[in-house]
Write a protein that binds this ligand. Sequence first.
Ligand code: NDP
Ligand code: ZN
Length: 351
Amino acid sequence: MKGYAMLKIGETGWIEKEKPACGPLDAIVKPLCIAPCTSDIHTVWSGAIGERHNMILGHEAVGIVDTVGELVKDFKPGDKVIVPAITPDWGTLYSQAGYPMHSGGMLSGWKFSNFKDGVFAEFFHVNEADANLALLPENVDPVAACMLPDMVVTGFHGAELCNIEFGDTVCVIGIGPVGLMSVAGANKRGASRLFAVGSRPNCVEAAKYYGATDIINYREGDIVKQILEKTDGRGVDRVIIAGGDNDTFDQAIRMLRPGGTIGNVNYLGEGDTIRIPRVEWGVGMGHKTITGGLTPGGRLKMEKMASLLATGKLDTSRLVTHVFDGFDKIEEALYLMKNKPADLIKPVVRI
Ligand code: NDP
Ligand code: ZN
């Protein structure tokens, strides 16, 4: 079969591989829609998770089941499914402890385009199909559903990580597709004033649509200063980091009120350390909590996210700015993600 792969750090291309084999609990799936991710860009062009050779890229897909193993109960060939980006081993102790995304070790629930071939292929393998696939609801467009495997769950996870309570003042730093879903998630969890930090006009418009009350442009001055000015020096209760670089951490701590929480979902692709500003962290005693997490995976989460689309409670179509048709367009879509033109939020390829 054909797949689009990371050949080595900094290099991608089409390759031929054997169709994957199906274990007794597993499924082989053919993609219907795939989406490239900023994480694919960090993986290939920053070498953020280390060297990989001839590894098929991609971890965001809606597909159609091709084959299932003899122990799979709930799925059959022909079913249309949403495939979570993270597909944990549900029997591990990490999963039992409540961290399925780290099943098998740090970040190891993230298998596609990390430890095994990803979804930019004619066929791909899904471990533990009953626990890791979700049926695509009949009234949901596969293109819109393709925002669920990673963008929605990750953006919402930012809101979960920082435990937003009704009436909290929240700042979401970064309003690409992930940050936009953090804005939507924070809004759903009851944020009152909701700052969104970005610069591109289409992202700004989308942020307002998803519930942002104030837009902060990081290109027009220090975001900490801007937030403190707008909050009479008090800062915000919660910060979700969904963009920026290592310095963004520093800024997040500075804009946070004592007792506040930071939820980071940004993939820190470069550098060895992250700085914490000593004084603004209350010289170690400010009760400012820092959390960061890989997106949760699995069927239950995905079914719940899909039901938000099926009931019309969430509209992901605002995220999809570019739709390509045909398997061969994967390369173009990935490079679009790499080059990030101003009008791009997220591309999807319909296979
Ligand atoms: P994008 O690149 O599309 O968006 C990044 C956002 O950050 C943009 O709004 C951009 O502004 C803004 N930004 C850039 N630099 C700064 C800065 N210095 N200060 C403040 N804001 C800044 O990324 P995605 O939305 O696709 O992904 C966001 C991050 O989430 C990525 O690092 C990605 O790898 C990661 N990720 C993490 C996952 C997880 O499991 N935790 C899963 C999926 C993705 P603008 O472009 O408007 O100028
Ligand atoms: Zn992704």
